[in-house]
Ligand binder design. Structure first.
Ligand code: SAM
Length: 190
């Protein structure tokens, strides 16, 4: 079963996030996240990397960066980066990413939530690996948060909630791009 490539995509989310005080907010786009998550997603054979943002200014920023490396000067300057960014899609909301996967694969994606915080009813990485390989045609969408992480209503939309990544210390609050790379290695590597 190890040579099966799961049908996984990833969504970097900015709406319905928590801030330091626990208030539900919209966070800013971090361009470094776009570059680094695109490289991880491309390396681990993901279908798409969705960047979701409700603000048109932030979507424009993501689109300008994307087209610079896809068709602008950047495309010839660094073809490697062009290839990594080729799977990026900028959308206004999570539902747009779900709709796109529904149209492409004929079924809505199963949502997989992530967080650094522990909690009940979490799916282990080992179990998620198996689930992904048992349904290789079915689309799955890994949800990544920003700020202080996803709010409760957003987390409640998910079909699965992955266990947190733990290191060896009593601190596990990774950058979203580092967390994504570790998750993809655990879920997708053969
Ligand atoms: N305390 C927030 C939380 O637990 O969600 C940290 C937010 S972190 C800056 C942004 C995102 O990175 C999280 O929403 C999650 O997707 C991911 N993340 C960061 N550290 C993680 C960990 N140790 N385990 C799982 N996901 C993690």
């Amino acid at each position: 079963m190890n040579n099966i490539i799961p049908n996984l995509s990833v969504a970097l989310l900015h709406d319905d996030m928590l801030d330091k005080q626990g208030k539900v907010v919209t966070t800013s786009l971090t361009l470094l996240d776009v570059h680094d998550i695109a490289r991880s997603a491309r390396t681990f054979g993901l279908q798409s990397f969705f960047i979701a943002h409700s603000l048109s200014t932030m979507r424009t920023l993501a689109s300008v960066l994307h087209s610079h490396w896809q068709v602008g000067y950047g495309a010839t300057y660094n073809p490697n980066r062009k290839e990594a960014l080729s799977i990026v899609q900028v959308v206004a909301k999570l539902q747009d990413a779900e709709q796109e996967l529904l149209q492409r694969f004929g079924a809505p994606p199963k949502l997989i939530a992530t967080s650094a915080r522990p909690g009940a009813a979490r799916t282990s990485f080992a179990d998620m690996r198996t689930i992904l390989r048992q349904q290789p045609a079915a689309p799955f969408l890994l949800m990544l948060g920003t700020g202080w992480g996803m709010s409760e209503p957003l987390l409640n939309r998910a079909d699965y909630f992955l266990e947190p990544i733990h290191g060896v210390a009593d601190f596990n609050h990774l950058s979203v791009r580092s967390a994504c790379a570790i998750m993809l290695d655990r879920l997708m590597s053969s």
